[in-house]
Write a protein that binds this ligand. Structure first.
Ligand SMILES: NC(=O)c1ccc[n+]([C@@H]2O[C@H](COP(=O)([O-])OP(=O)(O)OC[C@H]3O[C@@H](n4cnc5c(N)ncnc54)[C@H](OP(=O)(O)O)[C@@H]3O)[C@@H](O)[C@H]2O)c1
Length: 273
């Protein structure tokens, strides 16, 4: 079904949802000896990517904006990655059964084409995982859920020795990528040293700033769900300070014409060729 309208580059072309991001071949875009790093968010028009749930006091992605069509594209981005970059917070939520999903690529029948796509492109069944954390407060039970892939913990030089020992005793690779906290440039180099060619960043605003402040994010994919949510306790796609604004260069813009999802899919480059 061709229910996606391409708005930019201007063509007025009707497109199908499936394959919209897969055709980018993100796993083959990095120059030799480099890695391509990309992020992806779904937000409301008033910029909320998560709001605080009154009962649990946890920040969660609002159900009002999540939808299967955006999730398909999330999966297509995951399918093209060698590694997924996430936060320790994700694993803490996973341990409590509150995480959005186990790190994909999904096993539901509708995502089987993505598994085949990975095989065809010489990628492992699942992307490896890099967890960014200062505290190293990462529950063992949650890490067991991703035992089928390589898990690397990335932290700063000032990490707690006892926590470092605990990670290493679990057989995890812990790598230092910064002084007081993980730094974007060092993280990028670490990814290159580990042989990764495409890295999908799925953490929140703090890890995002870590990458953007150091100029190491290549693409931002942003789904804007056409609703206003309000709420005073929320996250947006970026927190903290930047020394200077990061310019975004629109690469593609699509309108999802399905009435029940009503959203825009945008791809921005941070450092266009
Ligand atoms: N709507 C969407 O598309 C979307 C996408 C992603 C996330 N979210 C939501 O956004 C909210 C926040 O997500 P998040 O907590 O994963 O995001 P985050 O703000 O990027 O990460 C927070 C944690 O990551 C670690 N961290 C971040 N930057 C670091 C650095 N430079 N060095 C070392 N550690 C660093 C810290 O872990 P330690 O505390 O262990 O030190 C910190 O507590 C959640 O509610 C999530 O559901 C929404």
């Amino acid at each position: 079904m061709t229910d996606i309208l391409q708005l930019y580059p201007v063509t007025q072309q009707q497109r199908a949802l499936n394959g919209l991001y897969l055709e980018l071949n993100l796993c083959e875009q990095a120059a030799a000896g480099d890695v391509l790093i990309y992020s992806n968010y779904i937000a409301s028009v008033d910029g909320r990517i998560s709001v605080r749930d009154d009962d649990s006091a946890e920040f969660v992605v609002p159900k009002a904006i999540t939808n299967k069509r955006d999730w398909r594209l999330y999966q297509e981005l995951a399918a093209q990655s060698d590694v997924m970059l996430t936060s320790a917070r994700y694993f803490r939520q996973l341990a409590q059964g509150k995480a959005q999903d186990l790190l994909p690529v999904g096993s539901a029948p509708e995502y089987m084409d993505l598994k085949e796509w990975r095989q065809l492109h010489g990628l492992k069944d699942q992307p490896d995982v890099v967890v960014v954390s200062n505290s190293l407060d990462i529950p063992a039970a949650a890490l067991e859920e991703v035992q089928d892939r390589r898990v690397i913990i990335c932290t700063g030089e000032q990490a707690d020795d006892a926590q470092l020992g605990r990670m290493e005793s679990m057989g995890l690779t812990v790598l230092i990528a910064g002084r007081e906290r993980v730094e974007g440039k060092k993280l990028r180099q670490l990814l290159i040293d580990q042989g990764f060619r495409s890295a999908y960043m799925i953490a929140g605003p703090e890890v995002h700033r870590t990458l953007i402040a150091d100029g190491v994010l290549d693409y931002l994919f942003l789904t804007t769900q056409l609703s206003l949510l309000g709420h005073d306790a929320f996250h947006t796609i970026l927190s903290g300070q930047l020394d200077q604004p990061a310019d975004l260069h629109l690469q593609r813009l699509y309108l999802d014409q399905i009435e029940s999802s009503r959203q825009l899919f945008a791809q921005f480059a941070l450092h266009p060729a």
